[in-house]
Each structure stands twice: as C-alpha cells, then as structure tokens.
Design a protein around this ligand. Sequence first.
Ligand code: NAD
Length: 424
Amino acid sequence: MATEELLTDENPDGPLAAALTQLDEAARLIGLDDAVYQKLRKPKRVMTVSVPTRMDDGTLRVFTGYRAQHNMDRGPCKGGIRYHPDVNVEEVMARAMWMTWKCAVVNIPYGGANGAVICNPKEMSEGELERMTRRFTTELVEVIGPEKDIPAPDVYTNPQVMAWIMDTYSMQKGYSVPAVVTGKPVALGGSLGREAATGRGCVFTIREAMKRLGMRMEGASVAVQGFGNVGGWAARLLQELGPKIIAASDSTGGCFNPDGIPAEELVAHKARSGTVVGFPGTDEITNEELLALECDVLIPAALENAIHAGNVANVSARIIAEGANGPTTPAAQEVLNDKGVFVIPDILANAGGVTVSYFEWVQGLQAYFWSEDEVNEQLEEIMVRAFDEVYAEHAERGCDMRAAAMAVAVGRVAEAVHVRGIYP
Ligand code: NAD
C-alpha cells in the first residue's frame, strides 16, 4: 500500500488518525506555515520488508517488518522496535511521529522513528528470535545507523535484541558500531542510569509541577497504575522526596493503604510473587478503583487509553503524570481540563528514557562513558528545562500542558524545516 493511501487512514479511531489530529491542533495553535505543515503530516520514509526466518523445526516463516522514519530535520531518527502479533504499519507511522515530538520537547537532536515485526515472540525460541532479528536488521542496514536512525527497545524487545542488532550491523560494516542502537547491555556500551531513566524523568516533572501548583511534597499521596519499569522506578524515587505511595497496580489487580506502602519492598514483593496484590498491610483494589482514588498525583504507567470517557468522571487526582504513552484519550483530556486536573503529557513526562538513550548514543560515539551521577544530573537539567519551557507556553497561551508541549515540539521542528528549506 502506498504511503499516500495510508495517510487517508481507513481507521478514524486509529493511532495515525489521532496523531494527525494532534498535529492539526498544534498547527492551528501556533499558526504553522502551510508548506511546513504539509511536510510534517507525512513520514520521510516507510519501509516494509520481508523477514524470512528458519524456524527450529526446519520450516521457513516469512515475517513482515516495518520501519517508519517520520522526520530527520533536527538530526537522525530515534525510536523503538516492537515485536507483536497485532502491530500494523499505521500505528508504526503514528509512533514515529510521536517520537519526533517527544525528542523535540526535550530538545535533543533527533527526529522520530518506529519499527515493528509482526510476530508472536512468546511462541518463538531464543534462536528463532535471534535469526529473525538478524535478518530484519540486514533488511534495514541501508536506512539505519548512528547518523541515520538509531533503534531502541519497545514492547517485547530488550537489551539482548539490541545486542543482536548491533552485532549484525557491525558485521555488515566490518567494524563495531555501538551507537547504532540504544538500550544495549552495559557490557556493550549501554548507559548507566538507563533502566531508571523514564521513572526518574517522570519524577522530575512531578516535582516541578507540584512546585508550580504550590503543593507540598511531604506526605502527598500518589497512586501508580502499572507497577513495572516506569511505575516502579517513579514510585521509588518519588517516595524519597517525601510523598507516600498509597496504591499501586499491575495487570492482575492492585493494593491500597492510605498510610503509604514502602515502594522498595513492594518491588521486591512483585519480583517474588509476580504481582503487587497481597502486599502485607494493604487492601486489594481493582485498577478502576485505583484510578478513582482521591490523591495528589496519579501516575498511569501501564497501557494506552487507561483514562477514557467512561471512567474520567471518577478521577480525583490533582496531577496526572503520564508515565505510559497515550494513557488519556482526547475525550477524557477535555473532561480533565474542565475538572482542573493538571496533566503532564506523555511526550514530556516519559521523555527521560529517550533522553538517556541520547546520552548512550553520545557516549558510544565518543567511546567515553559517564558515571551514573553524571547521567542523572544531565537528565535532571534537560527535564527541568523542558518542563519550564512547556509550562511557560501553557501559561502564555492559556492552553493545557499537552497542547503546550505539542506547540513547543512542532514549533521546534517547523523552525528546523524552515531554515533548512526544501531540497532542491
Ligand atoms: P513494563 O512491562 O515494565 O510494565 C508495565 C506494567 O503495567 C506491568 O507491571 C504490567 O503488569 C502492568 N499492566 C499491564 N496491563 C495492565 C492493565 N491493564 N492495568 C494495570 N496494569 C497493567 O513496561 P514499562 O517499560 O514500564 O512501560 C510502561 C509504559 O510506559 C508503556 O506505555 C510504555 O510505552 C511507556 N514508556 C516506557 C518507557 C521505558 O523506558 N520503559 C519509556 C517511555 C514510555
């Protein structure tokens, strides 16, 4: 299917339609030049590749893979690779566009990309995954690279997959190229501090928001939906600053104690038992009950569309910090605005991960590695500056923080497009 056809998106409720609507709104808000707007609506490049893979039983499976590169005006593309049975090219294109805005909000010199292979990694052996990854990398070898497009982990890909991509790319080039991917194992040049980076960045934005809203950190109540990497780290680091975690959940349910739950011990409990449910001294609650808890800060850190038209009326938080990508639907955002809830949007609240990925790339290019303290300090500087810039836009335009973040991001990319001009 041609990109042109894809952009008329057959699914009006799909992620690509949503991404285009968000761009339209930002374009209206900042009075975007029409030529730049037309360019930014379309990805620079979308590749569809066949990935023939020898399975363990000797048969051949031909998987389909995608890589969409939305924009390269501010630097090489950056974005995850997802292995999932239900992915499609429209959502890959949407995620690539969102990555452009996320990188621009924190002002790191990247455009956005995203990739995927339609497969079910839960049903594949390690050897099958490795062979599929190596062939997928080979199919993309001309369009990825440290100066072109730098993949990273996403759903069901991990540091091991990144290591295979790095090795395959390096074998093709004839020398080691660690900066071709981020999210690598530390033994291969992965960055210290990467694991906690998204949760840590989220905590910096919450701290800044609470300052602006005149809220006290000490004893503030926090509920976390999705106690995984992002939610677990955000809870641990936030607790160190004074707030108490009153509830947490995962896909199996949640736990609640209005007096506070020690986050570190909850992480250990989940590691042992596979769930946050049943933590000593807590009551069991459902995910829907967690979202309705009266609290100072709610961190949705699980999946898309967690807060929607059907449950937003019950939300009783003062601040929502979007650790997950796309946890609030557009209809729910409108209701939250009416209720006066301060939403720190995903492209700002969870940008700490891509920021430390950027540090990993810089370290790889220089072959010089930073201490974890240095990584965390630089992350704090970037997150606080990004928060301040988005907050200033929000105050000046009188719009919500999501619209403000989009205005900052689209404005930055538009300026780069404008000063570069259209080639030839
Ligand atoms: P993860 O797999 O480590 O954790 C996800 C958690 O959510 C798990 O505890 C899981 O049990 C829980 N969960 C799943 N379905 C749920 C449901 N229906 N209700 C409640 N909980 C549910 O993943 P992660 O890396 O923490 O990512 C979480 C979100 O953050 C995703 O939206 C991801 O795209 C986004 N994100 C992650 C990063 C990163 O660096 N890891 C960066 C940016 C954005």
